[in-house]
Design a binder for this molecule. Sequence first.
Ligand SMILES: Nc1ncnc2c1ncn2[C@@H]1O[C@H](COP(=O)(O)OP(=O)(O)OP(=O)(O)O)[C@@H](O)[C@H]1O
Length: 437
Amino acid sequence: MRKRLLCIAPDDAHTAALMTGPIHDWDTCCVDNLADADRVLRADGYPVGLLLRTRALLRSFDLDGFLRRHRDTAWIGVFRPHDVDHAACCDLIVDHLADYHTEPVDPRRLAWTLGHAHGWAQLRRPSAPQDDAGLLVGRADAMVRLRAQVARVARVDAPVLIWGESGSGKELTAQAIHAQSARARGPFVPVNCGAMPPNLIQSELFGYERGAFTGAARARAGLIESAHGGTLFLDEIGDLPKDLQANLLRFLQEKTICRLGSTRALRVDVRVIAASHVQLQRAVAGGDFREDLYYRLAVLPVTVPALRERREDVVTLAEHFFRLYADERSPRLTGFSSRAVAALLDHAWPGNVRELINRVRRALVMADGRLVMPQDLGLESARVTTSALDDVRARTERLALRECLQRSGRNVSRAARELGVSRTTLYRLLSKHGIQP
Ligand SMILES: Nc1ncnc2c1ncn2[C@@H]1O[C@H](COP(=O)(O)OP(=O)(O)OP(=O)(O)O)[C@@H](O)[C@H]1O
């Protein structure tokens, strides 16, 4: 397949010479302004772009904004000899360009630069879009199972109880259920029961009538009412005070609420999804959570796996957040170094996906080279002594062994079969990595 190139030339000064010269064998599209280039790139991505008369483009158009929008394309600039003395051109080169040339262009060097940029662009190809709602990123088996569960529970209207460690994605899972349900057009109302002062929860959830308490100058609908036709997400449900647990149970049974200061029952059509980072059965056993409410809520239990249980997703997620928070990074920052990838894979992620987001965002600000380094993520590892590639390989091997053993119920024969190696090789690999069979 021919290599594809988008060429932007404000005048056709050199294009003809180039077309018959260094780029004669490329599939080239030529435009003379950025609006046309925008249209072409939106319709059809180009891995490599060539800017001819770059300074003229810089003077006449918002070239900086354009290059920010199209950072998946590798850009090569061509300047007139003295252009590069200008600060604006220097900034553009440092911030956006994979390489630059000055006129007169050396055709052989240009051909080499374009080929090189094309090779890199292929390696950095953006990953394929996610299959379903696109909300829950990840391809690990545990995430595939979670997405299947989300799709299943979204079809019905019964309460859902989501369990998962803090920051693992419980609220996002609830949003995915809502988005795929028949209530998707209705509101999604999240309530953090742990963050609300106990004396306010009742009035916040159930609303109040005028004069219900000192300061209630006007009647107000509560959060349950505001979720009418949609989904109410009760996060940290274990923190709900006991008296309110009784009220919530009544609401789940009767589908009606009474505002504070009123005895009038209001019918509300809301699906409840609750979540907790502690095992609620223990709270039930300890007498802190009503057993009847627990069984009402746990009709459809869903577990969100901790990030350390789906390590193969760490890099995918890191790259997802790198793209998501692209506006916060310097345009010259293009991705993660192999040492940063090794550090990401090595970390235990006690704060789960939220910790990963924070570390990536920190790195976007701290990194001053073209690649994120472990220290930018706050993950400097003293043990990165051997070659980074060997490190990544060893960690991946270790991870594959651990997961395969876990899947096979620590049955070595089954694990060896799954990995396509003999039992002897598997024992050798386990002993190399200090893993107990
Ligand atoms: N699989 C995922 N794909 C993309 N983003 C994710 C994923 N999982 C979690 N996130 C993001 O991570 C952050 C934390 O997720 P979320 O708030 O859903 O976690 P949580 O388990 O509800 O946390 P907490 O227990 O603190 O309430 C959010 O910004 C969320 O969008």
